[in-house]
Design a protein around this ligand. Structure first.
Ligand code: 5AD
Ligand code: SF4
Length: 456
């Protein structure tokens, strides 16, 4: 491990938008900059470097970014040392709209796409140097270099707490017609097994008990494994290997594509007690016509059959999903098919979105766009059904005794907050020494967003 440089008094503020992978990336960029002598500031007001990690998945991301950048420009004018403050824009908006950001917002000193984060210290040093000369345009780094990125990011120094994300794969080759990910994150890339196991071992040594494996299409994972007969390990192999690490009590993975739920992965849900019985498996729509137009490459009935198989394998498995309403061409009957699928599958939790037109994706040029008010009205109906299913799922746990991993202290004295195997939040009176421990908890009540438990 490279020794960090002494704290040079440089202060860093990071604002993160979007998915869990952005959260992971932001943490790793902090690690990288800490090696370079930075420490976290209280806010943008006392930072020497402000980093905005952006998300491009739905509309308005760019406008949000430009209003953030406008506020930073004002702050720089107001602060006495404002001229010296560096601003970095990272993430998927940086990748997709880097040139425009540099053109429209001279306050941005660096614009860095998700595959180029390893260049951050070098670009920050260069930008700092530019500050002593006449004003010059910022730098853009938008190459696709996932292998270089992952091998350059340093190991985590701080214990992240009892749960941690671990990115195992990035990018996607599925090209769903609505989605920017294949363009902003690039082609599917899987990290080698050895690097992932090493990272997981260090996390476990530092007290992490639950690891969530992240990837945009995580179950397409196929990382190099020299000792594997095929030379590459799939996600199930990886899960078996992770489960052998001392201290790793819970394993999750997200986000999965139905077509990559391979037999070995399904079987792992029966064999591996560490693999939690909760699966985020987006279907997006219940209409075969819309699924085809989305380029999802499966029918609604394939998905329902897959869920049945998963539940036969692991009867207590609960599902979460993503849904898009108002994809171009979606009729009331198509939407009804989505409601029917939801009624048939029954979700413990879900995320639902109005279709958002993303320039550069095939669906953006479809002529049959659904009017905004129709999308809004469908989203309300969809959410009513999903909310009712979530409440019913939570209610089904009342009176049961569940294993809870205590993750953090609660708002009230003497309380800890933890999670069930199904990611439900539970609070209970418990001693702080139980943080990081899995304990049986009787579920005695249900609040709007959490369960109430009594430690046994
Ligand atoms: N419009 C609406 N929702 C989208 N998603 C991805 N792209 C779009 C889009 N253009 C949703 C999908 C995906 C989740 C991460 O975001 O449901 O599973
Ligand atoms: Fe986007 Fe997921 Fe489809 Fe890949 S599988 S293109 S990440 S929605």
């Amino acid at each position: 491990m490279t020794e960090p440089k002494p704290n040079l008094g440089k202060r860093l503020h990071v604002k993160t938008y979007g998915c869990q992978m952005n959260v992971y990336d932001s943490e790793r960029m902090v690690d990288l900059l800490e090696q370079d002598g930075y420490s976290l500031s209280h806010g943008p007001e006392d930072a020497d470097l402000v980093l905005i990690n952006t998300c491009h998945i739905r509309e308005k991301a760019t406008e949000k970014l430009f209003s953030d950048l406008g506020r930073l420009r004002d702050m720089k004018v107001e602060r006495q040392d404002g001229e010296q403050v560096l601003v970095a824009v990272t993430g998927c908006v940086a990748q997709a709209e880097g040139d425009e950001i540099l053109r429209r917002a001279p306050v941005a000193d660096m614009v860095i796409g998700p595959q180029s984060y390893h260049r951050l210290p070098e670009l920050a040093a260069r930008a700092r140097q530019r500050k002593s000369g006449p004003s010059a345009p910022g730098d853009l780094a938008a190459d696709f270099e996932p292998a270089a990125k992952f091998s350059a990011l340093p190991e985590r120094r701080e214990a992240p707490g009892p749960t941690a994300f671990l990115t195992v794969q990035e990018g996607c080759d599925k090209f769903c017609a609505f989605c920017v990910v294949p363009y902003t994150r690039g082609a599917e890339f899987s990290r080698p097994v050895a690097a992932i196991l090493a990272e997981a071992e260090r996390l476990a040594e530092r007290g992490v008990r639950e690891i969530t494996l992240l990837g945009q299409n995580v179950n397409a994972y196929h990382g190099a494994a020299p000792d594997h007969p095929t030379g590459a390990a799939r996600l199930a192999d990886l899960a078996y290997r992770l489960a052998k690490i001392k201290g790793v009590e819970r394993i999750r993975y997200t986000t999965s594509h139905p077509n990559d739920m391979t037999d070995d992965l399904i079987a792992a849900h029966a064999d591996l007690p560490q693999l939690m019985p909760y699966l985020h498996l987006p279907v997006q729509s219940g209409s075969d016509k819309i699924l085809a137009a989305m380029n999802r490459r499966h029918a609604a009935s394939d998905y329902v059959r897959l869920v049945e198989r998963l539940r036969r394998t692991r009867p207590d498995l609960a599902l979460s999903g993503d849904f898009i309403v108002g994809f171009p061409g979606e009729t009331e009957a198509d939407f009804q098919a989505t409601l029917d699928l939801i009624a048939e599958v029954s979700y413990a939790s879900a995320f639902s979105f109005k279709y958002s037109r993303r320039p550069g994706t095939p669906a953006a040029t479809e002529t049959e766009q659904v009017p905004e008010e129709v999308k809004s009205e469908r989203l309300v109906r969809l959410n009513d059904l999903l909310d009712a299913q979530r409440a019913a799922f939570n209610a089904s746990k009342l009176g049961q005794t569940l294993d809870v991993l205590f993750e953090r202290v609660g708002r009230h004295e003497g309380q800890l907050i933890g999670r069930t195997p199904w990611l439900q939040s539970v609070w209970a009176e418990a001693d702080p020494s139980l943080l990081g421990e899995v304990r049986p908890v009787a579920i005695i009540d249900q609040g709007p967003n959490s369960l109430v438990g009594r430690l046994l």
